[in-house]
Design a protein. Sequence first.
Length: 383
Amino acid sequence: MKRFLGIFLTSAAAICIASAAHASIVLSTEIGPPGGSNPITFAELKDTALTELNMSVMDITSNMAIKRGNALFYTSSSGIVKQTIGTATVSIIKKASSVSFVNYRGPQFIISNNAATGNTGSFLYNVSTKKTVKIAPTVTSIIQGRIAPNGQWMALLGKNSKGQSRLFVSTSSIEKVKEYQLPTKATKCLSMAISPNSATLALVCEVTQSNGSTMNTLILRKFSANLLDKAQQYVDQNFSLYDVAWKDKSTVIGIGFGPASQGSSVRRIGAQSITMRSQANSPFALGLHGYTIKNGKVSKLTIYPFSTSEIVDPSMLIVPMQLYVSSKNVVDYMAVYFTTTVDGGASSLKTYLGRYNLSTKLHSVLLKNDKVNLFSEYSATSS
């Protein structure tokens, strides 16, 4: 078996273990910029319990973490760090000038611009095998990567050597990739997820509509014979997606914005950064949509409405950051809410971790904290 598949299958096995135990989530719970005076602490959400991991770190970059046994692996300005839970001792297991991505479904990191080791380009580093493989030089500025659950292929969002936004797929070797153009009228893609049976890639892409406006749209591409089939776009009218996750092999759950109920002033924002400005004053509300997938196309739409009025002052702006399927019918999401300054910037930043039961349609808050690292994304663990 080729080297690429050998590395990936290690991840696939870890995923199976995680899925059986309803993989937990690691998140940072204290605000503090990298190198700052306020420590960032870590907590683990498993099932319904949120537990402090009794550890903190003073230097964190992408602040995404993977829990493996009794240790956390995360990224710092020095590279990839390993820290045993309950201790203050850390070790740099892989030096790097920039670690741009942590694969949250397996023990793998993508390292970009690895000048600290005398190399340049992007590399895939496996925590378990301690092997580093250089990614094809045609792939630059990696935004996101996903490894198929069966370990046999990987999708990357990034740019090519000409600076063009592209989707890349690797199968037999990460050193060789197939380059795909973004879907028709898509200016950029923001997020993606691979189905549990490794057969379909779901993308969230910003697509230009007939009236000239842009909308975050669900894009589906089937994977077979080591190739992605033609993109199938599904425009969810009046609903703009931010992130998607697979509930099972035939169901995608998406979090985004749709029209709010009359009288509500909760508004949407058109970016995934805290440095964003408000783009519209029309009322929009946070919501969840379910998409039933058949033969690579959406065959049914299910709307899961819920109110955030008990969580967020309706005068505030709100944006979801990331969505995860915690168990068969339960999804967790993280959202940021805030007011705007006179010039349109963000102020009074706060965050919460929400949970929604797709069966009972009950909405609850797991964590509401004024001191959350706003540059973090919580990650499903592989332990």
